[in-house]
Every structure is written in C-alpha cells, then in structure tokens.
Design a protein around this ligand. Structure first.
Ligand code: ADP
Length: 407
C-alpha cells in the first residue's frame, strides 16, 4: 500500500513505510495512519537501508530537517556517503554496515558519526541499527536504522567534563596547598620544639650561675662565673638571631628582589669585621680574588649572612694555619671557596652538616651554644639565589666550602 500522506513522503520507495508498519506490527489502516504520524512526529531519523544494493530505501524527513535542508530535499545514500558524512567517519559507517550483515535478529548495532549541516558545521549522530529483512537464504537484505542528533548532548557532556576537569584541577591545587601548609606547620612545630630544647640548656646554665653568683664571695670565682654567663648570653643571642633568620627565610615565598653586589668588596669588609677574632688565634687570613670577577645579583643582607656564617665557621674550627677565601668565575657562575686548615669533618658528619640542628658529636660537648643552624641558613640563602653550597673535608686536615652563584 502506498503512503499518500503529504506530510510524510518516502521518496525512494513510497510503499515501503506502509509495508514496514503493516509487516512488522500487523496493524489495521487506522493504526498505519497513527504509525505514519508517529514517524513524522519524531525528531529521530528513521530509515531502511538495503545492504545488498547499498541503497537507502526510505527515510522520514528528520535527517533533511536536522541537517538544515527543507523537508522536500532528498538526502540519499550517495549524498550521505560522499557529501555530508565526515571523511574520517566513512570507514566507521561502512564497517558498521558490514558488521550488520552478520548480526542476529535481535542484535542492535550502535555507532556515532558526524554529518555536515547545511551551514557547514558538523553534527554528531548516534545510530542504532537492527535487521529488518532477510533473503530466503537467510542473508541480511535490509536494516532498519534510527539515528539521533546528539550534538548538543555531546557538547554539554564535553563542557561538563571540561568543567569537572577544571574543578578537579582547582581542588587538587587547593589540596596540594593545604598539604604544603600542613607540612610547613609540622616543620614549624618541630622547629619550635627543637628551639625550645636548644634554649633550655643555656638558660639553665645562666639561671644556676646567677644563683651561685649571689652566694659567692671569692671575686676570682665570681669573675669566672660571670664570664660563663656572658658567653652563654652572647651565644644565646646568636642562636635567637639564627632562629629568627631561618623563620624569615621560611616565610619568603616570592623570589628575592636582587641588587648588584661585588663579592670581593663584601669579603674585604667582612675580613676587617673579623680581624679581632682572627687575631685571637694563630691564623693567616688570605683573600685571593679574581680581578675581573663579575658582580652577582643578590639580597645584600642575606648574602652577607651566608658569607659571615661560612667565614666564622672556618675561624671557629681552626686554631692555626691558613684560611683562604678565593673568588673565581667559570661557566656563567661566580664561585667562592673558603678553605681552612682546621679540625675537618668526618665523612659521616659531612653528609648532614647542612641539615637543621645537625651538630657533630664533638661540638655537642662544646661549651659553645651552637644549634647547628648556621650552614642550614647558608644553604637556604644560596638556594634562594638559585645557587648552591657544597663542602669537602678531610678529618684532621681541614675543609673547603664552595658557594656558587649563577650569573
Ligand atoms: P652552628 O650554627 O651550630 O655553628 P653549622 O650549621 O654552622 O652549626 O655547622 C654544623 C656543623 O658543621 C658544626 O657543628 C661543625 O661541627 C661543622 N662545621 C661547620 N663548619 C666547619 C668547618 N669549617 N670546619 C669543621 N667543622 C665545621
């Protein structure tokens, strides 16, 4: 029976939709009419394709409408394959049809492919295919295809996915920040705990000494005690200032704002500042400068602290011999090496001396209040400048500390 409803035209084989409706559903003419209306109403594309002849037998108008053509336009298999189907999807489409030749009666094949709208933009379709008719020998003759435009659905899913990915990245960033803060808090609480411990011993010595002083009558013993208190106070104030520097360094989150500095000039000034400490020992202090040493970029206060710590250590851990501060430039770097002929450092200690609160065993017994923070401070400062500090040492013979600044 031919379908004559003017709103529902099957251009290629006008009698097939009716047969489709009748054959499959065994409906009366009233029901056929309803089925035709339903096919007309649906925005999905419904079509029957002849697999053997590679020919689109019939379809409703949805494809034409969805692709921006008037409902009288006829989009046949040639136009689909050679004009509107995305070139990259031709093989997907062909493969799908080929697969359907071997499908079971109840099997539903599914693919998605892109078709070009009349406005030039690509639309994404999801297609479900089922066997409609077989030849007498059982081979597949025709398939029924239902295609749905899922462009918006796909785009909003992609947008949602992108939104989710963005939110996830933001949350990951926030979580990382919180973890970093937590780590910093833990480090700070460890630091505060350690500093409390480091301060306790000298404070006890001071308190006890003050108590004893009140009871002492011998002026010589009093002088001795006073000297102890004086030393402890001096070292305590050094310790507190070191803790202060380290906490300040820890709170620097932005790169430092550097100024141009001459390392040779700074070292010359420091040598003058330390003249009395050097003179108290049998030490020779040598400055060996490269004349054409390029200036470094750095924070004046921090660079002076780093230089002072390394030079003071060299003086402190050497009783006699020579301390040499040598500057050179090589491979776009300015290098300072401070060599001493002091007590040296055991290899097992050398690996740890840049760690916070690390003190070598002999130093712990020393009356000097040393928290093992000086070199940790230097390391921190050098890293803030994009540079480094390393140490080499031979126990009993001396040490070399090398500081490198990038140019
Ligand atoms: P502190 O701030 O307590 O002086 P540092 O961090 O400066 O500690 O040094 C850590 C340890 O490294 C010291 O306890 C000391 O034993 C050792 N050290 C540092 N410099 C020298 C040096 N030039 N010669 C020998 N030992 C050194």
């Amino acid at each position: 029976m031919a379908v004559s409803d003017s709103d529902f035209t099957f251009d290629a084989a006008p009698d097939l939709p009716a047969s489709l409706v009748q054959d499959q559903l065994d409906l009366g003419s009233e029901s056929i009419h309803i089925a035709q209306k339903l096919l007309q109403l649906t925005s999905d594309v419904i079509a029957i394709y002849d697999l053997a002849h590679e020919h689109l037998i019939c379809q409703n108008h949805s494809l034409a409408l969805l692709l921006g053509y008037t409902n009288t336009d006829h989009i046949d298999e040639k136009i689909i394959l050679h004009v509107v189907l995305h070139p990259d999807d031709i093989s997907i489409f062909a493969g799908h049809l080929e697969q359907m030749k071997f499908a079971g009666d109840e099997e539903i094949g599914e693919i998605t492919y892109r078709l070009q709208h009349a406005n030039g933009l690509w639309r994404l379709f999801s297609v479900r295919t089922m066997i409609y008719k077989r030849h007498a020998d059982g081979s597949v003759e025709q398939v029924l295809m239902v295609a749905r435009d899922i462009t918006e659905q796909h785009e909003s899913a992609a947008r949602l996915q992108a939104d989710n990915a963005l939110k996830l990245a933001q949350l990951e960033q926030a979580a990382e920040k919180i973890a970093n803060e937590r780590e910093k808090m833990q480090a700070l609480s460890h630091f505060v705990g350690r500093t409390g411990h480091e301060l306790r011993t000298p404070l006890t010595i001071i308190t006890t000494s003050l108590y004893l002083l009140k009871k002492m009558n011998d002026p010589l013993k009093q002088a001795e005690r006073l000297q102890i208190v004086e030393n402890q106070v001096a070292q305590l104030s050094r310790l507190i200032s070191q803790m202060h520097i380290l906490m300040k360094l820890d709170s620097i989150h932005q790169p430092i704002t550097p100024v141009t500095l001459s390392l040779n000039t700074l070292l010359t000034k420091l040598e003058q500042d330390m003249a009395s400490a050097i003179a108290r020992k049998e030490l020779i202090f040598e400055l060996d400068f490269a004349d054409d040493l390029p200036a470094i970029q750095g924070d004046l206060e921090l660079v002076v602290i780093a230089l002072r710590n390394v030079l003071e250590n060299a003086i402190l851990y050497s009783d006699s011999g020579t301390i040499r501060a040598q500057t050179t430039s090589r491979n776009n770097q300015v290098i300072l090496s401070v060599t001493d002929t002091g007590i040296g450092i055991q290899p097992e200690d050398l690996a740890h001396i840049f760690e916070r609160f690390y003190k070598v065993e002999t130093d712990k017994k020393n009356a000097r209040v040393a928290a093992g923070l000086g070199l940790a401070i230097v390391k921190c400062i050098m890293e803030l400048h994009g540079g480094s500090i390393t140490a080499e040492s031979e126990f009993g013979r001396g040490s070399v500390f090398t500081l490198v600044w990038p140019l």
